[in-house]
Write a protein that binds this ligand. Structure first.
Ligand code: HH2
Length: 279
């Protein structure tokens, strides 16, 4: 693993709150408003720096959700959290109208897995809202992205895509300092043949000069590397390995389901780096 350096730590921990019936790792657990709020409170208590709240699953085969339904799932939760906590809130949505309502309710980041490509008005909306924006790489569409992903050089192609989307966003009026990048582990990528080289080449994405958000938590490639067939909530060790790998490569934040364990792992990591005079 690459060595830690002053520039790479501390890494922020973004806790995932999926208000969906069908998310791949926790679908249905937090669909009821009270359960979603309780889960969000728990992640805050466990040390999350930010929460990423989503009302539509992006996993292949997930049911599309209407704008109204997605707003009804995420906006009241954001409003409740804003009223009781100073936690930073990100909204995980492909729809500009949802992002707009979420920001009005108190979100300060729009996490868009389509990198502002889903709707014609996405770019202008992001510029207008003035919030932080995560531009994520995905090959294809969520429904079909895992059918036949193809790359000649996955690291170069993801880096080029992200650099181009950042340029497009800035040309549309999104401020440079608002832009985050995400390589999109698992989004239109072969489980082993693409995700692993992409993670191995993460420093190239970090080298683009924007803060990088990394999401490896509970993803399928962990189950595949662990003998196959592991349920999503049985992938904690692999999720932490991925978060620490990201920390070593210099990512700014990791998007995780298991906040407490990830915070602990990163704290130990940081303490060792400090003791060795690397911070
Ligand atoms: N992964 C998921 C969803 N959103 N956003 C970013 N920026 N990066 C990711 O890696 C990422 C993401 C998938 O995880 P999850 O939210 O748990 O599942 P689902 O999409 O099924 O709700």
């Amino acid at each position: 693993m690459a060595k830690a350096s002053a520039a790479t730590l501390p890494v922020k921990v973004v806790g995932v709150v999926n208000v969906t019936p069908d998310s791949f790792s926790d679908g249905g657990r937090h669909l009821e408003p009270a359960a979603a709020l309780a889960h969000a409170r728990r992640l805050i208590a466990e040390g999350a720096d930010r929460l990423d709240i989503g009302g539509e699953s992006t996993r292949p085969g997930a049911q599309p959700v209407s704008e109204g339904e997605e707003i009804a799932r995420v906006v009241p939760l954001i409003r409740s959290l804003r009223a009781e906590s100073a936690i930073r809130i990100s909204v995980d949505t492909m729809k500009p109208a949802v992002a707009r309502q979420a920001v009005a309710a108190g979100a300060t980041m729009w996490n868009d897995v389509t990198a502002l490509r889903q709707a014609p008005e996405s770019l202008a909306t992001a510029a207008q809202l003035g919030c932080d924006v995560v531009l994520m790489h995905m090959q294809g569409e969520p429904q079909t992205m895992q059918a036949e992903p193809h790359y000649d050089d996955v690291v170069a192609e993801v880096a080029d895509f992200l650099a181009e989307r950042a340029a497009v966003a800035m040309a549309a009026g999104v401020a440079r300092e608002r832009i985050w990048l995400d390589p999109g582990v698992g989004f239109g990528k072969h489980m082993i043949g693409h995700n692993l080289p992409l993670l191995a080449g993460l420093e190239r994405i970090v080298g683009l000069g924007f803060p990088v958000l990394l999401g490896v938590s509970r993803k399928s490639f962990i189950g595949a590397l662990d003998g196959g067939g592991r349920d999503a909530d049985q992938r904690l060790g692999g999720s932490i390995a991925g978060a620490l790998w990201g920390a070593a490569a210099g990512v700014a934040a990791v998007r995780v389901h298991d906040v407490r364990e990830t915070v602990q792992a990163l704290r130990v990591w940081e303490a060792i780096a400090q003791a060795g005079g690397r911070r």
